[in-house]
Write a protein that binds this ligand. Structure first.
Ligand SMILES: Nc1ncnc2c1ncn2[C@@H]1O[C@H](COP(=O)(O)OP(=O)(O)OP(=O)(O)O)[C@@H](O)[C@H]1O
Ligand SMILES: [Mg+2]
Length: 265
């Protein structure tokens, strides 16, 4: 069995443990989204294309893969009345940010759904880079110096999609994510719109204690597994560290065998 097959089996087993956890009734409410202070900007299409942002992707197999991921994620989130999802991986460069952003865009494309991406990777904030945008402040500043969160919602010209940037790197990322202020923010973002899915782009689990410290604030975790990059022992270690979290599943990213963006879920 290859390393990647072993890794997937481990995630599969963990995801199975949480199946059917809460099972609350799904509300099919319609939404009226008014991001009063949201700043809108129109990103450069070439930048979006270079960064593989879904809003400009034309390849049907790529769009279809994210649609499939969206359906599976939304099914499980609705079944369990989950609203917040963290996207992480064992190590760097697996495709967390791209998965978080493209999954959110795919959700936002669905009727009556809105998605918010919060860049909680304060070690390497990069959600804004995906859109070629340079904010003046971000989550780091809200947590550190009391900047207003209302000023940090950005809409890159995609309906029903907004993001909160992390802004600049900080060494104190784990401390900031562990504050009560951050926990309150997660609760607030979750409550404000009942149909909104809030996706947190997280650092790698093994990069520090950020994810372990922050995971209790989240309803569920999605693991990005990089083919050829993620080792099964690292995955096992990550799952052990996050014991008690709800694993919604795993995305097999950068697969050379499955063509384009296909993934195992
Ligand atoms: N499925 C994919 N196919 C091709 N390239 C991809 C894929 N997923 C991600 N990439 C590329 O891999 C690089 C890393 O992706 P991304 O920044 O999303 O990873 P990350 O896990 O967030 O990294 P970091 O740990 O540095 O935060 C980017 O250049 C991205 O465009
Ligand atoms: Mg990233």
């Amino acid at each position: 069995m290859s390393q990647i097959e072993k890794a997937i089996k481990i995630v599969q087993r963990e995801a199975g443990k949480n199946r059917g956890a809460l099972n609350t009734k799904n509300t099919n409410d319609t939404i009226s989204v008014k991001y009063i202070n949201t700043k809108k900007f129109i990103p450069n299409k070439a930048v979006l294309k270079k960064n593989r942002v879904l809003s400009v992707v034309q390849d049907e197999s790529v769009i279809g893969s994210y649609r499939f991921l969206r359906t599976r994620v939304l099914q499980r989130m609705k079944q369990n009345n989950w609203k917040t999802l963290g996207v992480t991986s064992t190590g760097k460069n697996a495709g967390k940010t791209l998965t978080a952003v493209n999954l959110a865009i795919s959700i936002a494309m669905k009727k009556n759904h809105t998605a918010l991406v919060v860049d909680a990777d304060l070690r390497n904030p990069s959600v804004h880079h995906m859109f070629g945008y340079e904010p003046k402040a971000g989550l780091r500043d809200y947590l550190k110096s009391g900047a207003r969160i209302e000023d940090m919602f950005f809409n890159p010209g995609i309906d029903n999609f907004v993001f909160i940037p992390g802004f600049k790197r900080t060494q104190a990322s784990s401390e900031l994510l562990s504050t009560q202020k951050m926990s309150r923010l997660v609760r607030e973002l979750k409550m404000r719109y009942s149909s909104r899915v809030v996706i947190f782009d997280l650092p790698p689990v093994l990069a520090g204690d950020d994810v372990v410290a922050f995971a209790p604030n989240l309803d569920a975790i999605l693991l990005v597994v990089e083919e050829g990059g993620t080792k099964s022992h690292q995955l096992k270690q990550s799952l052990d560290l996050l014991e008690g979290s709800n694993f919604i599943g795993a995305v097999l990213n950068k697969s050379k065998h499955l063509q384009s963006y296909e993934y195992y879920y």
